[in-house]
Design a protein around this ligand. Structure first.
Ligand code: TXD
Length: 307
């Protein structure tokens, strides 16, 4: 068994579901941290009790002490408030910035060689803040959103066309928010361009549903936001790191001139491996897509000003 250790900060809906996925799959040992005394501890005991049933020899501990994250390979930040019905992700900025700053300072002190993956919203701005606070290399700090947004789009497309989910190929770039950019010019279903299979109106409706899927779930839940699919998306990314798969996945990455953009975190395709982001993949975008990406970057940059 390898010695990989993953620490998850925030034992709420996303954090604890992710912990369960990691533990049950045997991917790594898990440390679950939360500010609420005993909550992470109790959830970890509960998950550990299931280990003989699911057949994993991995360990999980729950704690409120950052000392326990020492020597983690990967730290995931899920600490922070989720949206309430009717709220935008941007409206979380003031409260969550304070949390992400505090958490990042603790990671810097106790797990300085880890790779850090941010989940807290508003995602791209919180990843930027975590990077600034941590001072780690940009390749070792990134955010999760595009894998989730694309999965939602793929699910809705496959459901509409009654085809296998695995036959849909797509990318969603840009911000994890209202300005997300579905790359329709590279979206294929069974190898065929999407425009040959669905009308413009139908595509627009599915894009809208994808963009609003998070809010749809928030509205239905009444309290809290999505966590099954977000935790699955984080699991996919950390698997790529641990297995050194070099898969191309869309993550929120720091751009330094790529796509003509600079000085911000935004969703772009990246090759992911043991050292984190190994390469930013520059897709050739259609003119309108490049324009939408630029606008998405502007929205993220104006969100930085609120920090
Ligand atoms: O695609 C994406 N990136 C997202 C992001 C998908 C889903 C959820 N997204 C965001 O993740 C959501 O908007 C929130 O900002 C975070 C966490 O969502 P979750 O649904 O897990 O929220 P919970 O259930 O409220 O859990 C948050 C936990 C809770 O247990 C708090 O006690 C804890 O975070 N918390 C802290 N832990 C440690 N340290 C500090 N300072 C702290 N503050 C709160």
């Amino acid at each position: 068994m390898n010695k990989f250790k993953i620490s998850i900060i925030g034992a709420g809906a996303v954090g604890s579901t992710l912990a369960q996925r990691v533990l049950d799959s045997g991917l790594a040992d898990v440390v679950l941290v939360d500010i609420v005394k005993n909550m992470a501890f109790a959830k970890a005991l509960d998950m550990a009790d299931a280990a003989p049933i699911v057949g994993t020899e991995r360990s999980i501990i729950g704690t409120d002490s950052y000392k326990d994250i020492e020597s983690s390979d990967i730290v995931i930040i899920t600490a922070g408030f989720p949206r309430k019905p009717g709220m935008t992700r941007e409206e979380l900025i003031a409260k969550n910035a304070a949390i992400v700053r505090e958490v990042s300072n603790n990671i810097k002190m106790h797990a300085p060689s880890s790779i850090v993956i941010v989940v807290t919203n508003p995602l791209d701005t919180m990843t930027y803040l975590a990077h600034k606070t941590l001072g780690f290399k940009k390749e070792k700090v990134f955010g999760m959103a595009g894998v989730l947004d694309a999965s939602r789009f793929i699910y809705l497309l496959s459901d509409e066309l009654k085809v296998k989910r695995s036959s849909v190929e797509t990318y969603i770039l840009g911000s994890h928010g209202d300005t997300m950019v579905p790359v329709l010019s590279k979206t294929k279903i069974g190898g065929k361009p999407i425009a040959r299979l669905l009308s413009k109106e139908k595509i627009e409706a599915i894009v809208r549903r994808t963009r609003d899927r998070g809010a749809e779930i928030v509205g239905l839940l009444g309290s809290g936001s999505a966590y099954y699919s977000p935790s699955a998306a984080v699991f996919k990314i950390i698997s790529a790191v641990i297995k050194n798969s070099k898969e191309t996945l869309v993550v929120s990455a720091y751009l330094n001139g790529e796509y003509g953009l600079q000085g911000l975190y935004i969703g772009v395709p990246c090759k992911i491996g043991r050292s984190g982001i190994e390469k930013i993949v520059e897709l050739e975008l259609a003119e309108d897509e490049a324009e939408l990406l630029k606008r998405s970057a502007q929205a993220i940059k104006s969100s930085h000003e609120k920090l």
